[in-house]
Design a binder for this molecule. Structure first.
Ligand code: AMP
Length: 639
């Protein structure tokens, strides 16, 4: 069977790897480089295309026709990208279909076309290295890429003449590369992946050699480029303070040089304490030089790195784990080479001591004894993902066996119940495939059908969640609470939701399918989760209010019916007590939900009123029962 290569198509850098005689290796180009900058230079006149290191250098000379960080536009709408602060020196515009196009002189190219050039280059590197034609690949994407972004990646592969056998998540690929399947059973690992343009944190668990993704959280628009941007702004301010030109007065070429030196300084400052910034002839009259310290860089970068912390926390919460429950934290992505990142991550995850030299972290005795997870940086952070993709390729061809990758549900799934509340059937971050169900009943007498409203999201009220569709199940007329409808949710390996609703009495059933409840837009998921946290308090109060209101309404109606039936038999004093309790409860119930669906009253007060009404109506209920009995006997001619 022909080889399947693994490709890490990164925002900043890309790499291609393969499993050769049982060993995964990253392939080098003819100059010995194993990492290819994801930069493509187009020559509008000759039509020539240059990819990689040479193109990266071309950014200074021809910034308008040198494309980088194009991954941020893959499969995205133009209007979404306009809000992004991440600036580039080339121009983009909206395509006819609302997507993004890169302008190159008189022509324009889709992000897929630009990415295809990178993939063609990597294909050629692999073919030269392996001396055989390569047509099949596994390509990695950030864990939070949505369907459209994944699809665009597949298209790029096809445009490059590759069959994309599988798209896999970068952190999961990294875990494979770190050989985590060799860890002990039930070992838990956090994969902290901080690249040029994206950040992901995934929590994985090993069960009998199988990886399970317990949770993932991240941001497709947070990365090392943000640190470069901070440093770029700092340099611009510094140049102006020194009496140099304002950054907006500089030529595009000069600006690109400042940007390039910013990244260079950041990388050097991972090894050195100080870096000499040299920018000769920013204008014909002005040159700049100055010493930049690691401390200054760290001051600028701290906020960006801090931005990854909330994602780490959320992923841990979703996996229901504390940092100390983890066995290892793996660092992946070029930006994780920064000492500040390592220090902060180590602190957040309460990691055991570690040495920074590669190879020294390989699970020595000391680390088993130490408390907290080991911070593992034993792999080159920028090669791990490509290696993992190659291993996945080898699994597909049968060269490697016994490893299975599982996905999780990004948001909870459920149905709407009484009072417009969300009833969760499959919680967020459940490993798929998964199956779960519940039995429901009716709220109204004589109801003949049940409306099943499918929902996805983390909010308590149905209207705040995403509607996935509605359908009805009919059954025989019966008093409320009598019909029983079983609703079962099943998510298959492809992320398709199958909903089965069955009337338990007659066996009558309906089956509905909802495509892709797993591959949903990352930004939307993030927004939903953030909103659920933001509104957690209000949402809970609303849920408690609705639930108590339903109970109160029920007891109120029953009491009113009881009073009108037994009026003549009640003492004046008791009647008065009942009427005042009815009045108090009616006031506390507030407006009708049809008129003011957002009204939330004092649920605790209502709960107290329900309790006291319950106690107060004990005699009424007894009397009511007597009257009904007497009535029945009379009807039968026995009274
Ligand atoms: P990746 O997307 O994984 O290739 O990561 C690229 C990002 O890592 C870019 O923002 C680089 O500037 C950054 N990077 C690469 N090497 C280093 C380093 N030694 N120190 C700090 N950042 C680095």
């Amino acid at each position: 069977m022909s080889k399947i290569v693994g490709i890490d198509l990164g925002t900043t850098n890309s790499a291609v790897a393969v499993v050769d005689s049982g060993f995964p290796i990253v392939l080098a180009d003819s100059s010995g480089n194993r990492i290819t900058p994801s930069v493509v230079h187009f020559d509008p006149e000759s039509g020539d295309v240059v990819v990689g290191e040479l193109a990266k250098r071309g950014r200074n000379v021809a910034p308008k026709t040198t494309v980088y960080s194009v991954k941020q536009y893959m499969g995205r709408r133009y209007h979404e990208c306009q809000d992004d602060a991440r600036s580039v020196d080339y121009d983009i515009k909206a395509s006819d279909k609302g997507g993004v196009e890169v302008r190159l002189g008189g022509q324009s190219r889709s992000p897929q076309h630009v990415s295809a050039e990178i993939l063609k280059h990597l294909k050629a590197v692999a073919e030269a290295g392996l001396e055989t034609e390569i047509t099949r690949a596994v390509i990695t994407v950030p864990a939070y890429f949505n369907d459209a972004q994944r699809q665009a990646t597949i298209e790029a592969g096809e445009l490059a003449g590759l069959t994309v056998e599988r798209i896999i998540n970068e952190p999961t690929a990294a875990a494979l590369a770190y050989g985590l399947d060799k860890l002990s059973d039930r070992a838990k690992v956090a994969v902290y992946d901080f690249g040029g343009g994206t950040f992901d944190l995934s929590i994985l668990e090993l069960t009998e050699g199988t990886f399970q993704v317990l949770s993932t959280n991240g941001n497709t628009r947070l990365g090392g480029d943000d640190i470069d941007q901070k440093l770029f702004e700092h340099l611009a301010g510094w140049i102006a303070d020194e009496g140099g030109p304002s950054i907006i007065d500089l030529s595009a070429e000069a600006r690109a040089r400042v940007r390039q030196v910013a990244e260079m300084a950041k990388i050097q400052l991972s090894k050195e304490e100080s870096f000499e910034v040299l920018l000769p002839f920013l204008t014909p009259e002005y040159s700049f030089s100055g010493a930049l310290s690691r401390e200054t860089l760290e001051g600028l970068a701290k906020g960006v790195v801090e931005g990854t912390r909330a994602h780490c926390r959320r992923a841990l919460e979703d996996a229901k784990l504390a940092a100390k429950d983890l066995d290892q934290v793996i660092l992946v992505g070029g930006q994780s080479r920064m000492p500040l990142v390592r220090r902060m991550v180590s602190e957040w995850f309460e990691c055991a001591e570690f040495e920074e030299t590669r190879g020294d972290l390989r699970l020595g005795e000391d680390y088993h004894e130490a408390e907290g997870p080991t911070l593992n940086v034993s792999q080159h952070p920028d090669e791990a993902v490509a290696l993992g993709a190659a291993i996945q390729g080898a699994i597909l061809t049968g060269e490697f066996k016994d490893v299975l990758l599982l996905d999780v549900t990004p948001l909870s799934l459920g149905i709407e119940t009484f009072g417009g509340l969300m009833n969760v059937i499959i919680p967020r971050n459940s490993t798929i495939p998964v199956k779960a169900g519940e039995t429901f009943t009716t709220a109204v007498d004589g109801q003949r059908e049940m409306l099943i409203h499918l929902l996805q999201g983390e909010r308590e009220k149905s209207k705040d969640n995403w509607s996935l569709g509605r359908f009805t199940l009919s059954f025989e007329k019966a008093p409320r609470g009598v019909p029983r409808v079983g609703v079962q949710f099943e998510i298959d390996v492809n992320g398709v939701l199958h909903v089965l609703a069955r009337d338990i009495k007659t066996g009558q059933e309906r089956l509905e399918r909802v495509q892709s409840v797993v591959d949903v837009d990352d930004a939307d998921v993030q927004q939903m989760v953030e909103e659920s946290v933001e509104h957690a308090f209000d949402d809970l109060a609303a849920r408690r209010w609705i639930e108590n209101r339903l109970k109160a309404k029920e007891i109120l109606v029953a009491t009113q019916q009881g009073v009108s039936l037994c009026k003549d038999e009640l003492s004046d004093e008791y009647l008065e007590e009942l009427q005042s309790a009815i009045a108090e409860m009616s006031t506390c119930l507030g407006p009708d939900p049809d008129q003011d669906p957002d009204y939330v009253g004092d649920w605790q007060r209502l709960k107290e009123l329900v309790k006291s009404m319950d106690e107060l109506t004990a005699d009424l209920a007894e009397l009511q029962m007597q009257i009904v009995m007497e009535e029945m006997l009379k009807q039968k001619g026995l009274g």
